[in-house]
Design a protein around this ligand. Structure first.
Ligand SMILES: Cc1cc2nc3c(=O)[nH]c(=O)nc-3n(C[C@H](O)[C@H](O)[C@H](O)COP(=O)(O)OP(=O)(O)OC[C@H]3O[C@@H](n4cnc5c(N)ncnc54)[C@H](O)[C@@H]3O)c2cc1C
Length: 394
């Protein structure tokens, strides 16, 4: 039976890294005095994308908006202790990304590096001989170039960042509630309330959809077609006996699309599956054939030392895959104006969480973006069928 409960100025559906970042940034804005409720169906966070992410951050995008979002992401990570508390440990390792290219890929790498440098990213292009000198363990004979992030790129502990954002938001008055949103109440082109599976109803001034791979379902409750699907990505962990020879090792993205990076004493690696083997899914079965057929041969080709590696473990998680252009969809719905998207991040949502959290808070409090202009990622491009031309999708 439906039970009407308290009303909130802002209701955020989904309380992982994006929902917690929006909540946190609302509390940091002195212009905001409203009540905020975050509704999260699984506070263990064991299946959400955030927990299963590789938690890496790069400046090496091809569009200014994505570069700007990651630039604030890096600033936030570097200053996390000041912002979130001295005891917060997010273990940010600023070890860089190395994107490799062969043949015509070199021209794209060069074009992207020009954009990145113009926008203030600290990257440098390296030819095969420079790559060989800097990374003697890399097989370079078939490479045309590499682009290395000298600073502002690396990896961190996304789970710790999520909890730090959430705990700080709670300490500043945000309420987190365990529950599953199953319906939205709309009247006169305005979202009035959310309904939970247990029948409770909460009225809201604004609603933020931060439900990751489930974002399409929440949008459908408001009759909105959002091009976001749950797509599986697998991560494999391996041991390389001669790991110290590879130090320092950035996150390497090979020309094959296979990536790897160090993780403690081990390495993690993976690849996006071929397009015809990438259906929408909610299962978490690890696709071991990806490792055997694509990942390991590419690893052994690029780093001869990886011919003798030992597979240690694996996991899978879900991308909130934007089928239009694999980039985030952020901002207000053009008609149902109090419905805000923070969705479709595909493979780069944890690094964008600080900037998107701040941007959504700015929209709510000030009615417009105040810092990074995130409007190129607005829902308007979905309505127009106009994909963002981001060339560096991983
Ligand atoms: C294998 C893998 C590797 C990745 N690597 C990177 C990387 O290196 N760098 C990077 O930046 N990004 C990476 N990503 C992407 C990144 O993890 C996501 O973009 C990011 O975590 C999205 O956060 P989110 O809060 O939107 O979604 P999620 O973390 O999925 O959280 C959504 C939350 O909404 C809740 N929810 C859903 N439906 C409801 C409902 N009806 N009611 C209430 N609550 C609900 C869920 O329980 C969940 O907690 C990776 C993802 C995967 C799977």
């Amino acid at each position: 039976m439906a039970k009407r409960s308290a009303g909130y100025d802002v209701v955020i559906v989904g309380g992982a890294i994006i929902g917690s970042a929006v909540a946190y940034f609302l509390t940091t804005d002195e212009g905001f005095q409203g009540r905020v409720l975050v509704i999260e169906k699984d506070p263990s966070y064991q299946y959400c994308s955030t927990t299963r992410s590789l938690a890496s951050i790069r400046q090496q995008f091809s569009t200014p908006v994505n570069i700007h979002l990651s630039q604030f992401g890096v600033e936030f990570l570097r200053t996390a202790k000041d912002r979130l508390g001295a005891d917060v440990e997010i273990s940010f390792r600023e070890a860089g990304y190395l994107l490799l290219a062969s043949g015509q890929g070199k021209a794209i790498l060069e074009r992207n590096a020009r954009v990145q440098t113009q926008e203030g990213a600290d990257v440098c292009l390296l030819g095969p001989a420079e790559l060989q000198a800097r990374f003697p363990w890399l097989a370079t004979s078939d490479l045309a170039a590499g682009c290395l992030g000298l600073s502002g790129e690396g990896w961190f502990d996304a789970h710790s960042l999520l909890y730090a954002l959430r705990n700080t938001a709670v300490a500043r008055g945000v309420e987190f509630l365990t529950g599953e949103v199953v319906a939205l109440h709309i009247a006169r082109q305005r979202l009035e309330a959310v309904q939970l599976a247990d029948g409770r109803i909460f009225s809201c001034g604004e609603l933020v959809n931060a439900t990751g791979p489930a974002a399409g379902e929440i949008a459908r409750m408001a009759d909105i077609e959002l091009p976001v699907e749950s797509r599986k990505r697998c991560v494999f962990v391996f041991d390389c006996r001669q790991a110290d020879v590879l130090q320092p090792c950035p996150l390497v993205v090979d020309v094959s699309g296979v990536y790897f990076r160090p993780e403690g004493q081990y390495f993690v690696c993976g690849v996006s599956p071929p397009a015809d083997q990438d259906p929408p899914t909610e299962d978490f079965r690890v696709e071991y054939q990806l490792f055997d057929e694509i990942v390991w041969p590419a690893l052994a080709h690029r780093v001869p030392l990886f011919e003798a590696i030992k597979h240690v473990s694996a996991w899978s998680g879900h991308y909130a895959y934007n089928t239009l252009d694999q980039n985030a969809i952020v901002g207000r719905h053009p008609v149902l104006k109090n419905f805000l998207f923070a969705n479709g991040f595909s493979g780069h949502g944890v690094q964008q969480a600080p900037a998107v959290g701040r941007g959504i808070a700015e929209l709510i409090v000030h009615g417009a973006y105040q810092t990074v202009d995130i409007s190129p990622l607005g829902f308007e491009r979905v309505v127009a069928g106009r994909p963002l031309r981001e060339l560096n999708v991983i």
